[in-house]
Ligand binder design. Structure first.
Ligand SMILES: Nc1nc2c(c(=O)[nH]1)N[C@H]1C(S)=C(S)[C@@H](COP(=O)(O)OP(=O)(O)OC[C@H]3O[C@@H](n4cnc5c(N)ncnc54)[C@H](O)[C@@H]3O)O[C@H]1N2
Ligand code: MOO
Length: 421
């Protein structure tokens, strides 16, 4: 049986990067090349205020100075040049975001002016400024936010809403990126019932892994292209696998039938198919019987154990690193947090514990191991906001000992909202 680090290295080698493509920027893509700005942002000098644009020169102008109003400029108006006469003495009425007329170099907000004369249509004709106006005041210079030729998003960045604003502002219609991996999910077990309204017959249980893993696959930045529940039958399983691959899956996940029981057919079915096995069983808890293989078509296959928490751990710590490698995201690094209470670990396995990161009365983070760590107990999952990971070699840990903590998903980060002392 191999340890987790070895398993992770195997996954990172086997998970080939998806091809880089030219694609319209959209949420979920991971950049495979830097995005270089081809435009200035802002694209032209413009006003940060509704008011009057002036030519004030290096010295600025003093409160009390008066100006004739030579014109008006609103957002969307094309470039204008303040006339020579107006440039020296005139003001231009200007709106927020409007191009600064060429030759002018400061803006005074309307509320810091007094209108001395108006036209019949209410246009201001002459103003007095009520404050000193330094050169450059309230002028947003072209390229001040982003200059042309600058790298605005680096290769390896995942596009989320904050990373979509820049391409939109800069007229970037295509980026070089990797799409989201496509994942299929096959839940095995003749005991499984999918319809929540169906009463359970003797020996049946409800399929809880299916909805959980489907939601987590989406959180993990992958697209679920196929989901099916199959009985404990290798032929039915292989037929479902064929449908999953026909749906375009890059990665197939199964749950259950991967351990030592007489109906644990997944390894044999994969052998029949000609899959190449990378490993089966890892020194972890829960989730030890996890199986990882490459299918004849090059797709990755993860056989997750059926116990619900084992499947959750398999997705979080085995499948998610593969998704990262496929899209070109760098490997994750855990954060460290102190244990809220002593923890005794009696087995030489790497433990993945349902945990809660909470803040104590002094505002310090504390990692609390939740009650009910067995792999069939899902109630604590609903209270958890973190995975606490304890190395294989660790044994007795004192209160305050630093442990590795991971967010519930590799893209979710640590979420502390709602925590109590
Ligand atoms: N003799 C041994 N028995 C077991 C070993 C072992 O080493 N030797 N390992 C145990 C460990 S650890 C795990 S984990 C489980 C894994 O078993 P399988 O992957 O073969 O899973 P199943 O037997 O099919 O199911 C296990 C358990 O989970 C329930 N289950 C399955 N699918 C779902 C689902 N979609 N939703 C909710 N619950 C599900 C299933 O009914 C079983 O109770 O093996 C141990 N045994
Ligand atoms: O490791 Mo199995 O993962 O639950 O009990």
């Amino acid at each position: 049986m191999i340890g987790y680090d070895e398993a992770l290295a195997i996954i990172q080698t086997a998970a080939q990067r998806l091809p880089a493509q030219r694609l319209a920027p959209e949420r979920g893509l991971v950049l495979a090349a830097d995005v270089i700005s081809g435009e200035d942002l802002p694209p032209f000098d413009n006003s940060a205020m509704d008011g009057f644009a002036l030519r004030v020169g290096e010295a600025g102008v003093a409160a009390g100075s008066e100006f004739d109003v030579a014109g008006a400029q609103a957002a969307g108006d094309a470039q204008v040049t303040a006339t020579q006469g107006a440039a020296s003495t005139g003001a231009w009425e200007i709106m927020t975001g409007a191009r600064i007329p060429d030759g002018l170099d400061a803006v005074v907000p309307v509320e810091q002016t007094e209108v001395l004369m108006r036209a019949a249509d209410d246009r201001p004709l002459r103003i007095r400024v009520l404050t000193n106006v330094p050169q450059g005041q309230h002028v947003r210079l072209h390229g001040e936010d982003v200059g042309r030729g600058v790298c605005v998003l680096a290769a390896g960045t995942r596009l989320e809403a904050p990373q979509l604003m820049l391409p939109a502002a800069l007229g970037v219609s295509e980026v070089t990126a990797r799409r989201q991996p496509r994942v299929a999910l096959l839940n095995t077990g003749r005991e499984l019932v999918d319809d929540p309204a169906q009463p359970l017959a003797s020996g049946e249980i409800r399929n809880s892994n299916g909805p959980y893993l489907a939601a987590r696959i989406a959180d993990a930045g992958a697209t679920l292209v196929w989901r099916e529940t199959v009985g404990d039958d290798a032929d039915a399983f292989l037929a479902a696998l064929e449908r999953a691959l026909a749906a375009g899956a890059d990665v197939v996940l199964s749950t259950g039938a991967v351990s030592m029981g007489r109906y644990d057919f997944v390894p044999d079915a994969l052998r029949r198919l000609g899959a190449s096995f990378h490993f089966h069983k890892v020194r972890i808890r829960p989730g030890k019987p996890l199986l990882f293989a490459t299918l004849p078509g090059g797709q990755l296959f993860f056989g997750l154990p059926g116990n619900p928490v084992s499947g959750a751990v398999g997705l979080r710590f085995f499948v998610e690193p593969a998704l990262r490698a496929m899209t070109g995201l760098p490997p994750e690094r855990p954060l460290r947090a102190p244990l809220a209470a002593p923890y005794r670990k009696r087995h030489a396995l790497r433990f993945h514990l349902k945990g809660r990161l909470a803040v104590d009365a002094e505002g310090r983070l504390r990692a609390q191991v939740l009650h009910g760590q067995e792999s069939f107990r899902i109630a604590p999952l609903a209270q958890g906001n973190t995975w606490i990971v304890i190395d294989e070699a660790a044994q007795d840990l004192a209160e305050g000992a630093l442990v590795n903590v991971y967010g519930l998903g590799h893209l979710l980060g640590l979420q502390l909202d709602g925590c109590e002392a």
